[in-house]
Design a binder for this molecule. Structure first.
Ligand code: ZN
Ligand code: ZN
Length: 339
């Protein structure tokens, strides 16, 4: 038996003893060493998004050590340090075969519709396993997944070296996207949020400007910072009408606007902003080749995602902390569960 946090319904998650999963032919059983609490887990905990159907063990940002392997697994052995891509894709659909596994039509995700890593052990298909370099810590390993999401957002956003880029939303993904666009060669980076704690965090991570869109007119402030024109690229990492509209209003004519936010299916935007100013709005979702690229970016020291960790906890205390994050009692940027 093993300890696992089981999500049982809205605002209900408890530490239980459950059977250790048995690896099938092509599976690898991983002993979890570090797992990140994702904003999407906190949303899922509230029970409003409908993607995580109880009972389920959440947790999709993790690293660990191979404990056992199925009979058909040749590349991995007990003791190997690994980091796992939580996406299990079909490998054959139109999306998969054209290099877009992130939009696979038969896509499953650990911690969403397959049991994940808020547990002592997690079972994964061997295709999902990557070697964690000796030079990297388990905590760095558990940050590869959110960094991959951020790096895809940066890859989807065209801009020239030293162009001004604005990012709306200073959660984990918004902040990692800031580090990614800086690596890509952005000039001034303007971070926007409504939470002063997170804006201060963005500043600490190197944002050139941090604007609170609640206490000031963000459109006017961005115009002022960008020579009256607006920014060359605007990235939205919240996912509601107000911030989607803001991303359009702060973009200069013809600029690229990338949307990562995915909080609700329908929003209302000013379409004329897009049409009459020839804005190029693009969506970005999950990651494709960026998982391996994110692993490299950390290994090479180009990006240090450990800076985002504000709190470490353990499995026994994690449920209460997720509850606090869900009801706003806690406000930590990144929380890591350690074993
Ligand atoms: Zn996540
Ligand atoms: Zn597929």
């Amino acid at each position: 038996m093993m300890k696992a946090l089981v999500y049982e319904g809205a605002y209900k998650m408890s530490l239980r003893e459950v059977p250790i999963p048995v690896p099938a032919e092509n599976d690898v059983l991983v002993r979890v060493r570090s797992v990140g609490i994702c904003g999407s887990d906190v949303h899922g905990f509230r029970g409003t998004t409908g993607r995580r159907k109880p009972p389920i063990i959440m947790g999709h940002e993790f690293s660990g050590v191979v404990e056992a392997v199925g009979g058909g697994v040749k590349s991995w052995k007990p003791g190997d340090r690994v980091v796992c891509n939580p996406l299990l894709t079909c490998g054959v659909c139109e999306g998969c075969s054209s290099g877009f596994p992130n939009i696979c039509q038969d896509r499953h995700c650990l911690g969403v519709d397959l049991n994940g890593a808020y547990a002592e052990f997690v079972n994964v298909h061997e295709r999902m396993v990557y070697r964690l370099p000796d030079s990297m810590t388990f905590d760095q390993g558990s940050l590869v997944e959110p960094l991959a999401v951020a790096m895809r957002a940066a890859n989807q956003t065209d801009f020239l070296l030293s162009d001004t880029v604005a990012i709306i939303g200073c959660g984990t993904i918004g902040l990692l996207t800031m580090l990614a666009v800086r690596m890509k060669g952005a000039g001034e980076i303007i971070m926007i949020d409504t939470n002063d704690h997170r804006l201060a965090f963005a500043k600490k991570l190197g944002a050139d400007h941090a604007l609170n869109s609640q206490s000031a007119d963000a459109v006017e402030a961005v115009r002022k910072l960008s020579g009256g024109k607006g920014v060359s690229a605007a990235i939205e990492a919240v996912g509601i009408s107000a911030t989607a509209n803001l991303s359009l209003l702060i973009a200069k004519n013809g600029a690229r606007v990338t949307w990562i936010g995915n909080s609700q299916p329908e929003i209302t935007v000013n379409m004329q902003q897009i049409v009459t100013r020839e804005l190029k709005v693009a969506g970005t979702y999950g990651f494709a080749g960026e998982f391996a690229a994110a692993l490299d970016a950390i290994r090479l020291g180009r990006i240090d995602p450990l800076q985002l960790i504000e709190k470490e906890t353990n499995l026994a205390e994690a449920a209460e902390l997720i509850g606090d994050l869900a009801n706003g009692a806690s406000n930590f940027v990144k929380v890591i569960v350690k074993f």
